[in-house]
Design a protein around this ligand. Structure first.
Ligand code: CA
Length: 367
């Protein structure tokens, strides 16, 4: 919009555009591919806001055209599209690309890993960004945090889970490392883009599915097929979304546009989380009160079994690193080191408070 009005103003030679760059300096137009269904609340609309912010902050010098999943490349095609320059940037989740490197998922979420606040701390003020750059730059890409959904739900089930044995034989839409963990417990993991989960549940191609949380899961209608909605989203306790940028395109930008992008990405990181924080509660209420969804939590012994398998997967990733510079090994080790520093604090800080809020006490106005 801004760009169009700027071009129009420039064409009529208005004096009011003197602060804007001359057309001869070149307006830049970039493509942003995403992994999200068009207009999907939170992820899709968050990516669109991020793009619009970059356009607005640059006064139209850098405009971003956003493509939903499948419009330019498939949902899981962002990594290749940005690496080969089909798009200059993308918005998706790093863990979709564990086929490129087992280091990728650590920049989304590792099971029993970081909350939204913790991963932000690791990437920005720990060694996270440095390791991430080292991981991605050989592919000609750089990555930035650009959103978070907050703690997700474990997923939707047609039957209750009372024990580890109840997981056995389930075809479960669970991507990445969560899929590997569940596979060790007898599950057949399936990876599907968000837009393909509902038909797969409906046809019986899969028995269970995780996607995000109440806000998005309500919109996709999973409650129409599955009655049980399980918490203890240990697999994605604070999954980060990423903005990937083609390195050559990045280097072609002046410093101010680079700063605009990094600042817009930081803003998106908080903006998207804020939207999930605001919308998830009312969506959960709608699911329970209007659609009769039954909310459950995993039994403790099932959680412990999942944790033990998560540790096995972590060790396999660490031992399986064949890169010459041992980047994956170093990411795993740094993830564990930061976790060891942050968890004791979270436990006596935020977690202690959250536990206190569960005590039988409630605010009530007297009048
Ligand atoms: Ca998920």
């Amino acid at each position: 919009m801004k760009r169009r009005s700027f071009i129009k103003a420039a064409a009529v030679g208005g004096a009011s555009v003197s602060a804007a760059p001359a057309l001869s300096q070149g307006l830049i137009e970039w493509r942003m591919v995403t992994s999200w269904p068009k207009g999907l609340p939170g992820l899709g609309t968050g990516a669109e806001r991020l793009a619009a912010n970059i356009t607005a902050m640059s006064n139209g010098r850098l405009t971003i055209k956003v493509y939903a999943a499948g419009e330019l490349v498939p949902a899981f095609g962002c990594f290749d599209a940005v690496a080969n320059g089909t798009a200059q940037m993308s918005h998706d989740a790093a863990y979709y690309h564990n086929g490129k490197s087992e280091g990728c998922p650590f920049f989304t979420a590792f099971p029993f890993g970081f909350t939204a606040g913790e991963i932000e701390g690791w990437v920005k003020y720990g060694n996270g960004q440095k390791l991430w750059d080292e991981l991605y730059l050989p592919f000609g890409i750089r990555g930035f945090l650009a959103g978070n959904t907050g703690t997700q739900m474990l997923g939707w089930f047609k039957k209750e889970i009372h024990s580890v044995a109840d997981l056995n034989g389930l075809k479960f839409r669970a991507p990445g490392n969560q899929g590997k963990i569940l596979q060790k417990l007898g599950v057949t993991p399936v990876t599907l883009p968000g837009g393909e989960i509902f038909p797969a549940l409906q046809s019986g191609a899969i028995d269970a599915a995780e996607w995000i949380g109440p806000y998005n899961d309500l919109a996709l209608g999973f409650y129409q097929v599955c009655k049980y909605y399980y918490s203890h989203g240990y697999h994605e306790p604070g999954p980060a979304l990423q903005l990937m940028i083609n390195e050559q395109a990045w280097q072609s930008l002046p410093k101010d546009l680079q700063a605009i992008i990094t600042t817009a990405a930081e803003a998106a990181n908080r903006d998207i989380l804020a939207e999930y924080n605001a919308r998830s509660g009312p969506a959960l209420r709608t699911l329970v009160e209007n659609h009769g969804v039954l909310v459950r939590g995993l039994p403790e012994d099932v959680l412990i079994a999942c944790g033990e398998k998560a540790n096995e997967v972590l060790n396999e990733i660490h031992a399986g690193d064949t890169t010459p510079n041992k980047i994956v090994k170093r990411i795993v080790e740094d993830f564990l080191a930061f976790r060891a520093d942050v968890v004791p604090w979270t436990r006596i800080g935020e977690q202690a408070y959250l536990n206190a809020r569960r005590l039988p006490f409630e605010f009530k106005l007297k009048a």
